[in-house]
Design a binder for this molecule. Structure first.
Ligand SMILES: *[C@@H]1O[C@H](CO)[C@@H](O)[C@H](O)[C@H]1NC(C)=O
Ligand SMILES: *[C@@H]1O[C@H](CO)[C@@H](O)[C@H](O)[C@H]1NC(C)=O
Length: 994
């Protein structure tokens, strides 16, 4: 939920069909001051307490020095080679440039072939333990280094690395198979300073790079922009830094191969549909947690970071699948296995006032017969926004117990938000005591100021402290709070928010202000005077003319009133530019200014400041991007203390490489705009690459009001995302799917599909958890030989078997999409009609898609295990099975099913089922001890070209009344199987022949 002070006004690129779009200013900087009234009459933290210095981002600064033009680079000496790589010393090759810090004169280089498909280059200062506290090297317990295989050697590697000292140290990583340099620092100098590290690689013109998050943009990163990484609490600006940090990219290259096997690189966008290509993909992970900036240029990229060391791993693939698996298996870890229920539908909003209202929402879902699995609470349930403490008027424990008992017995679940910050009580008011703070203070687990006092920032409750994850006691403190609170409120998961870590003021702003606590945040909450929501989706002015006009004029008056109270830096305020002091770091205002998206680009704005100090002396500057990661780890282990055998369910906002081991992620505070519905697809696909498949966004949009048409389309689209949740901001119009008849209907129709394919979702997640595969997939990943798919992000695949082509624009009745693979015999079937799609290779095909209909296609060659839709996943799991067999070009198909109890951390009874179809026979092989008692009802086979003769299940003839074949649609349907599978659909192996 939002911690935004200002919703950025921006323009961004959309696929041509959507044109250029800009947000309205309705959510912009509020003019909150200490006079703003609020529900509680309380002190409002002055808005200027969240203002920092006025800096100019280096990339915008005409006076900025290019380190490449002034720095001397390094020279390698003392080189020791082995079959596994080499080590060397890098000495500064000239006079220090000290451009954005102090040059390190001696570095240790280590190049290691870690496995046949993994290579690492590490460069760290030689004198790590000198009196200098400047060097920070990432803790391997927090962010593991890539593992190595004992048989690795240069000879066995897909990759080869060469280096040279002329004119200064540089290296080149080549893929042996193509002879292509995948990473090449030739022609650049290495810059390694205490607050600034820079390396440059050339890339082929028209490269295809993906990943480097978290940010919101198209799937394929543009070659003319800067990607900034610094965890920021901000409402989903386009192209700017966001909540999480994932310094990883996938690079896919397409080649034409001649008869001698010679590879010629081609630009994906100019590829010729009539030709055949091959592709090679590799991954690059930069294991560094500092604020970073990656300058994307037409023929290369420049990577800059504000500290730490160089630890670069290259994953050779050569497919995206292998890259992603390798990255997870060897380096960041595999995604957490989710409970079965988490794939049901989740409903949330900021502004559910009390248990009664929650109960009302749940009963509305029942009344409208819309599936609901989990009801969520935003911060409304808290007593004065304090973690682990319910408001006893609105969310009393006793009533909650009744509510949750009833909810749980209906098979449903409850997940509340927990914020990263902890309220610090007003010392002048004995009745303000807060046990969580008291316990944490006693254990001394909170972040400190440089002078050793508690660091006191501000978040929702007023002035707050922050858990320090470097203190070994903090995880226990956190776990104990979770366990203690769970005894009062039987939660089924935790939603971690504000963990960037956000603070609504610069520095320890509360140190002298505790007697003002509890305090109102330094901005107006949505719905408060000055921040009334008048925003609607694009196209609202067409569908609701009068209402749109009224909202627009109200928004203008509000904006005009706010403008007069704006106290932001004026354009004439001179910029603060800092210059390096030898050997001393300026962590508050580093000489290199990243294009951080908070006011003035100041790292201290809207976050815990860089000088906050950890238990081990480490400054927040060096670990800011890891706070989110560490609280997710602590929360995961806290939930295990509640129940050691239940998979923790956590959705977190700020993540780092590897957070998927513990948590899923939602797209943060988006807005109710069509553009954000589109961006949800590339954002999800990026998180597939980051090893966080449990992803979804605030469906129907968070900030601003939604409308009927957008919510209709979005409820249908999100039904095919792993994490399916509708969430809304405070005071916006309600957007539960039952609010509009048409949305209720559209939602039910998409949920019919989702709930039927829950076993498929679950199987995909199990595979992701055990092997590192992805769930939501880009077309380019499943069809790696088709360059025309390199940038496709307006449609996607769910696993390998389903393709979704959603409508992403208002007022549309059709959508255009491509059907990949047709040239090579791929067949696609319409989900609804079961008929094979008639489309041409590479042609953008128009697909009818009236409001309420989401085009979904089944890929030939797949077998989908399904159950019947129901109102909860528990009920769905108790229904008979069916199989949807979509025959591929040669009449073959295959599929898998994984089952267990759906919640045990280490289930001892599991079932793996393999489906294989060839020569008009489906054979089913089941292995494992999980007893699946539900029978098989029906097998539907798509693409059966000729009328089948006798159909046999096992040895038995299926009576003709249960066999139907449609000569137009070519669908064979075999029913009446329940009595033949009375012991369970997969209690033994069987074959169905037709
Ligand atoms: C960046 O590239 C995109 C896509 O090629 C283009 O539309 C845009 O105009 C470019 N922007 C700048 C600032 O050059
Ligand atoms: C609960 O909240 C609703 C909606 O704000 C309100 O109408 C109702 O009076 C509240 N009920 C109780 C018991 O507080």
């Amino acid at each position: 939920m939002v911690g935004v002070r200002n919703l950025l006004v921006g323009t961004w690129l959309l696929p041509a069909a959507y044109g250029t779009f800009s947000t309205s200013a309705a959510g912009s900087r509020s003019a909150a001051s200490s006079t703003i009234s609020s529900a509680y009459s309380q002190f409002t933290i002055p808005s200027d307490s969240d203002s920092g210095a006025h800096l100019i981002a280096n990339i915008d600064d005409p006076e900025a020095v290019d380190a490449q033009s002034v720095c001397p680079g390094y020279r390698a000496s003392n080189v020791r080679e082995s079959s596994r790589g080499l080590t060397a010393t890098l000495k500064l090759a000239g006079k220090p440039c000290n451009v954005y810090g102090t040059d390190v004169d001696s570095l240790d280089l280590s190049i290691e072939y870690l496995a046949h498909d993994r290579l690492n280059v590490q460069i760290v200062p030689t004198y790590l333990d000198s009196s200098n506290s400047s060097w920070f090297v990432l803790d391997e317990h927090v962010v593991p280094r890539p593992s190595s295989d004992k048989h690795a050697s240069e000879r066995r590697s897909d990759l080869e690395i060469t280096w040279s000292n002329k004119p200064s140290f540089h290296f080149k990583v080549t893929r042996k198979a193509t002879g292509d340099a995948i990473f090449d620092t030739t022609g650049s100098v290495l810059v390694f300073e205490n607050q600034f590290v820079e390396f440059v690689t050339s890339l082929p013109r028209d490269y295809n790079l993906y990943g480097i998050g978290e940010h919101i943009e198209q799937l394929r990163i543009l070659n003319n922009r800067t990607v900034t990484l610094y965890a920021s609490d901000i409402g989903d600006p386009i192209d700017l830094n966001l909540y999480g940090t994932h310094p990883f990219y996938l690079d896919t290259r397409y080649y034409e191969v001649d008869h001698r096997g010679h590879h010629t690189l081609v630009a994906a966008d100019n590829a010729d549909q009539s030709k055949d290509y091959v592709s090679y993909s590799h991954g690059v992970f930069f294991r560094n947690a500092h604020g970073q900036e990656i300058i994307m240029q037409p023929e290369g990229l420049t990577w800059r970071t504000l500290g730490g060391s160089i630890d670069l791993t290259f994953y050779s693939g050569p497919t995206q699948v292998e890259v992603t698996k390798n990255y997870q298996l060897s380096t960041i870890g595999l995604p957490a296995l989710q409970q079965y229920f988490t794939f049901g539908y989740h409903q949330c909003r900021w502004g559910y006032h009390n248990w009664t209202e929650l109960e009302h929402v749940v009963s509305n879902f029942e009344k409208f017969e819309i599936p609901l699995e989990t009801i969520w609470n935003d911060i409304d349930y808290m007593h004065g926004y304090r973690d682990f403490d319910n408001d006893q008027h609105r969310y009393p424990y006793s009533e909650g117990e009744e509510f949750l008992d009833k909810l749980h017995s209906s098979g449903r679940h409850y997940v509340p938000i927990i914020d990263a910050a902890i309220y610090i009580p007003n010392p002048d008011n004995v009745s303000d005591a807060y046990d969580t703070y008291t316990r944490g203070h006693k254990d001394d687990v909170f972040l400190k100021n440089p002078d050793g006092s508690e660091y006191i920032g501000a978040v929702w409750p007023g002035y707050t402290v922050f858990p320090d994850w470097h203190n070994p006691k903090t995880n226990d403190f956190w776990a104990n709070e979770i366990v203690t609170w769970h005894k009062k409120v039987a939660i089924d998961g935790i939603w971690i928010d504000m963990n960037e870590v956000s603070s609504f003021c610069v520095g320890s702003c509360g140190s002298k202000n505790l007697s003002m606590n509890p305090a109102h945040p330094p901005f107006a909450l949505p719905g408060e005077p000055g921040n009334v929501i008048y925003d609607y989706p694009e196209g609202f002015e067409l569908s609701n003319k009068t209402e749109a006009a009224a909202a627009s004029s109200a928004a203008s008056s509000q904006a005009a009133a706010a403008a007069t109270g704006d106290s932001g830096p004026s354009s004439t305020t001179p910029y603060l530019r800092t210059t390096p002091t030898a050997g001393v770091r300026n962590i508050n205002h580093p000489p290199y200014v990243i294009n951080h998206d908070q006011d003035g680009h100041d790292l201290a704005v809207h976050a815990v400041s860089p000088n906050a100090t950890h238990y081990d002396g480490v400054q927040e500057y060096d670990v800011h991007n890891l706070f989110g990661h560490q609280i997710l780890n602590a929360t995961y282990h806290g939930l295990l203390k509640v129940d050691s055998n239940k998979r923790p369910f956590i959705i977190g906002r700020s993540t780092f490489a590897g957070s998927g081991k513990w948590a899923g992620h939602w797209g943060g505070d988006n807005a109710s705009k069509w553009a954000y519905m589109f961006f949800s697809i590339p954002q999800a696909l990026s998180f597939s690459l980051f090893g966080i498949p449990m992803f979804g966004v605030d469906t129907c949009g968070f900030n601003g009001n939604t409308d009927e048409e957008l919510c209709n389309r979005w409820m249908q689209l999100s039904a095919f995302f792993p994490f399916y949740r509708n969430h809304n901001t405070l005071s916006a119009i309600p957007q539960e799917p039952y609010v509009w008849d048409s949305v209720a209907k559209a939602t039910k129709s998409a949920m019919q599909i989702r709930y039927a394919i829950l076993p498929y979702f679950y199987t995909l997640f199990h595979e992701a958890h055990t092997e590192g595969t992805t769930v939501m997939r880009a077309l380019a990943w499943e069809f790696p030989t088709d360059p025309s798919l390199a940038a496709v992000d307006t449609q996607f695949l769910l696993g390998s078997a389903l393709m979704i082509i959603p409508v992403l624009a208002p007022q549309a009745t059709s959508v255009k999409g491509v059907f990949p693979g047709l040239k090579h015999g791929e067949v696609w079937y319409d989900w609804y009609s079961h008929e094979a799609v008639d489309a041409k290779p590479g042609v953008n095909t128009t697909i009818p898609a009236p409001l309420g209909h989401i085009p979904v296609f089944v890929r030939g060659g797949s077998v989908l295990p399904m159950q019947e839709p129901a109102l909860t996943t528990k009920e769905a799991r108790a229904t008979p099975w069916s199989l949807l067999v979509a025959l591929g070009g040669h009449g073959a198909a295959s599929g898998q099913l994984y089952l267990d109890d759906g919640e045990s951390n280490v289930p001892d009874e599991t079932l793996n089922v393999e489906f294989t179809v060839e020569r008009s026979a489906l054979s089913v092989k089941a292995k494992g001890r999980w007893e699946e008692v539900n029978p098989l009802d029906r097998v539907t086979v798509l693409g059966v070209e000729t009328r089948p003769g006798v159909v046999r299940f096992g040895g038995e003839v299926v009576s003709a009344e249960h066999v139907q074949w449609n000569s137009t649609s070519r669908v064979l349907s075999v029913g009446g199987l329940q009595k033949l599978t009375g012991k369970g659909a997969f209690s033994g192996n069987w074959t169905l022949k037709w």
